[in-house]
Design a protein around this ligand. Structure first.
Ligand code: DQA
Length: 152
């Protein structure tokens, strides 16, 4: 599968930023581990991180133009309020899985709400960077189900 992995604001600080919440593995190392998992499964993975909402939206639109099969996205704090990101995900007919390193549901109240999850096929939260690998497998499983039921 051709998969785009998007990370939003401050995810590049992972490892240094609030390690008790987000873990001690740095961003580059996390992505290297996810890339390794993608390779072993025969997926083509493109990783992109930005602190800017518009740059993430541009990548979502690019994923459509370039026929990606799936999107994995950790929108960071944009999760909780970005209708623009939500609309971008809703605009493209590509299945997306939302990932959070931490369990946003047992944290501050404002993190409980995701405006983007409803336009994703599902959400994975609380498993650290393993969540990205679980999301990859979820996209693949979803595709297999569609194939069996005759959908494109
Ligand atoms: C996060 C959770 C968000 O609430 C927070 O703003 C982040 C990271 C996570 O991966 O747990 O930046 O998306």
């Amino acid at each position: 599968m051709k998969i785009m992995l998007l990370n939003g604001p401050n995810l590049n600080m992972t490892g240094m930023r609030e390690p008790d919440i987000y873990g001690r593995t740095g961003y580059e190392e996390m992505m290297a581990q996810v890339e390794k998992a993608a390779q072993s499964r025969g997926h083509h993975l493109t990783c992109f991180q930005s602190n800017h909402e518009g740059a993430l939206i541009d990548e979502i639109q690019r994923a459509w133009r370039e026929n990606y099969d799936g999107i994995i996205i950790n929108p960071g704090a944009l999760t909780h309020y970005s209708y623009a990101l939500r609309d971008a995900l809703a605009s493209v007919p590509i299945p997306a899985v939302e990932v959070h390193l931490s369990n946003i549901h047992n944290r501050e109240e404002f993190r409980h709400r995701s405006v983007t999850a409803a336009v994703c096929i599902g959400q994975i939260a609380g498993f650290g960077y393993q969540g990205y690998i679980l999301a990859m497998d979820a996209l693949h499983a979803g595709k297999a189900v569609k194939k069996r039921s005759g959908e494109k």
